[in-house]
Design a protein around this ligand. Structure first.
Ligand code: 5GP
Length: 204
């Protein structure tokens, strides 16, 4: 008996390692897919249009909002980011779990629209480690680093609104934790009604 796909949201401030965790996670699961967002920010080296994001002009992005193709969107660091209905719908209709890698405001909007979405927050082991990781990226000015650290601290305050908290102290443990969250979440009773009914039905 198949479970229906679940909507998962994974959030973490910059420097918490969410991309690395998710990349590993996707290598180890075939039941979940990444819901590709749209953004107006410039493409970074190594990024592929349609894989990492759908890279849009501001005009095209606004058109998608107006035509109702965007589930939620936000402005973050001067760029628009939004979850596309189609990205999520395509995964769920295949019975897959849809993973949204979005920031905290977007996550709260998803929660309001889809109360049974599962929200996972990734934390750094400490604020000191987070600042060190942000500095470790190299090229940025002290002012930028302070700005990003302040932004990260603001985002961390949202963690208490999430369902699961994962601490990224050790990559492998964090990936295992995320796999564990997905596995457990899919077994929660409200998601198992049809399994329950079919088994009980066979008994009667
Ligand atoms: P980046 O520019 O580093 O790829 O992403 C910046 C932030 O935007 C990250 O926290 C990322 O998770 C978030 N983000 C990416 N896509 C979306 C989206 O569709 N909606 C929202 N609300 N945030 C997003």
């Amino acid at each position: 008996m198949e479970n229906k796909g679940v909507l998962f949201v994974v959030s973490a401030p910059a420097g918490c390692g969410k991309d690395t965790i998710l990349n590993e996670f996707f290598k180890r699961t075939d039941t979940a897919g990444y819901a590709v967002s749209a953004t107006t920010r410039a493409m970074r080296e190594g990024e592929i249009n349609g894989v990492h994001y759908h890279f849009l002009t501001v005009e095209d992005f606004k058109e998608k909002i107006e035509s109702g193709e965007v589930l939620e969107y936000t402005e973050y660091c001067g760029n628009f980011y939004g979850t596309l209905k189609k990205s999520v719908g395509d995964l769920l209709s295949q019975g897959k779990d849809a993973v949204l890698k979005i920031e905290v405001e977007g996550a709260m909007n998803i929660r309001r629209k889809f109360p049974d979405a599962c929200l996972v927050f990734i934390l750094p082991p400490s604020l000191e480690v987070l600042e060190k990781r942000l500095r470790g990226r190299g090229t940025e000015t002290e002012e930028k680093i302070m700005e990003r650290t302040a932004q990260a601290k603001t985002e961390l305050k949202f963690a208490e609104n999430y369902d699961y908290i994962i601490v990224n102290d050790d990559l492998n443990v964090a990936v295992e934790d995320l796999l564990g969250v997905f596995r457990a979440e899919k077994l929660r009773k409200p998601r198992r009604e049809s399994v329950l009914k079919s088994i009980m039905g066979e008994e009667n």
